[in-house]
Write a protein that binds this ligand. Structure first.
Ligand code: ADP
Ligand code: MG
Length: 216
């Protein structure tokens, strides 16, 4: 589903990724662990097409994303990739429902279709009583679930999550991981998660450890 071959990344003189090979299967939850500065976020951004490698290849479901130009990449990302970040990154002036709908509308869905899909997803995530709330009116756990719903709305091939539970208390951390597991079981959703959180890591199908820009 996701394949990286010989991925290198340098920022000026600093070589942050030194040749990463990895393969992530469909319906697999993989956690990437490692100390701060190991290159986890850089790797996730490259796998997720948000950044380009200095060398190497990235394939998502067979598409060579390192070969796409910017507009092809933007379309591919909107259609096929979901993201969840540590700080949810919801738009403050929009409701939970509208935040969740946005990627569908950007992808060309009709308003009604996007509303229905977003409402369904938010209900599945236990948020049907929060559709009209703005992010400032939601708890941390609720905001992160809205972010997960937003990531899911276009039926992505894979969801990339960078420290998704880094800003949650332990109860909400546990619930978020339970949610990822149920999405894998129910929708065969693939996840690549960067985390420090042992709860998340333990429940993953596989963990990858990084040190100094390499997989160890
Ligand atoms: N845009 C950038 N420009 C320069 N250096 C960067 C940039 N992004 C990350 N780095 C450096 O790359 C290294 C790895 O960073 P990062 O991938 O964020 O690590 P992690 O997520 O494992 O903490 C760090 O030394 C960081 O300072
Ligand atoms: Mg990081």
């Amino acid at each position: 589903m996701v394949e990286g071959k010989g991925i290198k990344k340098s920022f000026g003189d600093l070589e942050v990724l030194k040749g990463i090979d990895l393969t992530i299967g469909a319906a697999e939850i993989v956690s990437i662990l490692g100390a701060s500065g190991a290159g986890k976020t850089t790797l996730l951004q490259i796998l997720g097409s948000l950044d380009r490698p200095s060398a190497g290849e990235v394939y998502i479901n067979g598409t060579a994303i390192h070969k796409l130009n910017e507009s092809q990449l933007a379309r591919f990302r909107n259609k096929h990739i979901g993201f969840v970040f540590q700080f949810h990154q919801l738009l403050p002036e929009f409701t939970a429902l509208e935040n969740c709908m946005l990627p569908a509308l950007i992808g060309g869905s009709q308003h009604k279709e996007a509303t229905n899909k977003a409402s369904e997803l938010l209900a599945f995530l236990g948020l049907s009583h929060r559709l009209e709330h703005k992010p400032s009116e939601l708890s941390g756990g609720e905001k992160q679930r809205v972010a997960v719903a937003r990531a899911l709305i276009n039926d992505p091939l894979v969801i990339f999550a960078d420290e998704p539970s880094g800003n949650l208390d332990s109860k909400n951390q546990e619930e978020l991981m339970g949610l990822f597991v149920s999405l894998r079981d129910r929708f065969k959703q693939t996840f690549v998660i960067v985390t420090h959180d042992e709860h998340l890591a333990i429940k993953s199908d596989r963990t990858i450890h990084m040190r100094d820009g390499l997989i160890v």
